[in-house]
Design a protein around this ligand. Sequence first.
Ligand code: HEM
Length: 417
Amino acid sequence: MPLPDDSTVSLLREGYAFIGNEADRRGRDVFATRLLGVPVICMRGPEAARLLYTDDRFTRKAAMPPRVLHTLLGTDGVQTLDGEAHRERKAMFLDLLGAGQPADSLVATVTRHWRERLPDWEKATSVVLNDEMGRILTAAVCEWAGVPLTREEVAGRAADLVSLFESPAAIGPKHWRGRLARLRLQQWIGELVERVRQGGFDAPGTALEKVALFTDADGRRLPKHTASVELLNILRPTVAVARFVVFVAMALHSHRRLAELLRGFEPESREVGAFVEEVRRTTPFFPATTARVRTPFEWQGVRFPEGRLVVIDLFGTDHDPSTWPRPEEFLPARFDDFEQRPNRLYELVPQGAGDHAHTHRCPGEWATVGIMRQAVQILGRELEYDVPAQDLRVSLRRAPALPRSGFVMSGIRRAEH
Ligand code: HEM
């Protein structure tokens, strides 16, 4: 029997929508409840995002459930650090993936791999976009990172990398597949880290080399285990961008007039940018993130006691009706004046909130947006295809969400211009 005020049943029933719905039901954006008997404080909205991402009364230590650490994230990675130790480690990621050349080089490698695959798509009767992108992104990010991978290995490594983000919320065998995949992947990358450190492997300037040789302020290298977790913090989420590519395809398919209009615009254009931002805002992907209270305080009439788990609803903040009127509608024009909005770092938060250098906001955001812009270019301008009858329903009770069919495309051909 759930305890009084335990919201586990609502969470299971409503999935991604739970915190937002509950906030609407209670008429407040911050509320205390229990999930699986554990007391938590749930929050949504830009002010809550600002609080959790920037206030040092929170800590990320012991803030993630073990089932997430043993699959998705690994232990001792950048996500679990606070303060100066976090900023140092984060600087390494921003050096590798920051705006401009670093992110662009990853996007260019992905785009090249994708284009090389197109002749096979044209020959095939049909392809499942989600599965194809998983393999294309795996091959591309490994090449970019300096991680050797033969053609024969791509499918197996892709399956393991996908399993890392498919398994945290799963129960039973699917969850255990994710744990095994993490062990296998860490073993693989750990051996490469060791070879680089022993000088037996030449990977100049690559992410593999930089992570393997990274030293903290005391001049110490990362333990081999931690180095492999951090390199997987680049490989895994790049493969996860496949989900956003599928939701780009879904949006092009559902909004034909918009898709037609976008044919007139280059990937770098403002118009494509606004479309991509609206896909990121509306896609049910990373549902929420967590922290623990380090120093007790009170906020908006709610007591935050020491050690309490606090959950910020990222999906709910991206659908907060006070920031995004008619949040369920797909309206890229919302982004026309977005750059001028003073609160923008806390309003659009599919990949975390705040500024990248000082908070846990995602350092892969520029690469993600770049790959999605290329997806609009390839799927919306360079190719024509049919979308045969299939089950495109998206359940909000599955994280990360995906149209059931994975988005099947058939009769793929080059567009005639
Ligand atoms: C698939 C699209 C992506 C989504 C939905 C996503 C989502 C997120 C979110 C929500 C966070 C913040 C989590 C928190 O507050 O603890 C985050 C952090 C992070 N992301 Fe991403 N991400 C994506 C792509 C990428 C890419 C492409 C990379 C690298 C190539 C990347 C690397 C990271 C790392 C290293 C962190 C931890 C940052 C820190 O703790 O300071 N992500 N991501």
